[in-house]
Design a protein around this ligand. Structure first.
Ligand code: FES
Length: 102
């Protein structure tokens, strides 16, 4: 079980909990504002873009090449950007804070 906090627009925290699956799916299930997951998680829409807190970036790790290519098209991308459909929920993510991009 991992408890993940999404910082949504206006800095409003939304705390969700999940066991498995992608972080994007968890966000969509819980109606986290700003995470749409339009492509269903196949890394082709960037509507699941989040910024990982710098000190927690190692927890989620680097984006894949395909993911980096997608992020390059997004003006809000920075070095701590991830597409959260590409992050699988594991107990190690407990306490993770993600800021919804855009
Ligand atoms: S849901 Fe489309 S890129 Fe993540």
């Amino acid at each position: 079980m991992a408890k993940i906090t999404f910082m949504t627009q206006g800095n409003i925290p939304v705390v969700v909990e999940g066991e498995s699956g992608s972080v994007m799916a968890l966000a969509v299930e819980n109606n986290v504002a700003g995470i749409d997951g339009d492509c269903g998680g196949v890394c082709s829409c960037a509507t699941c873009h989040v910024h990982v807190a710098q000190e927690q970036y190692a927890l989620v790790g680097e984006a894949s090449e395909i993911e980096k290519d997608m992020l390059e098209l997004d003006d809000d991308a920075n070095e701590y950007s991830r597409l959260c459909c590409q992050i699988n929920i594991t107990p190690a993510l407990d306490g993770l804070v993600l800021t919804v991009a855009g």
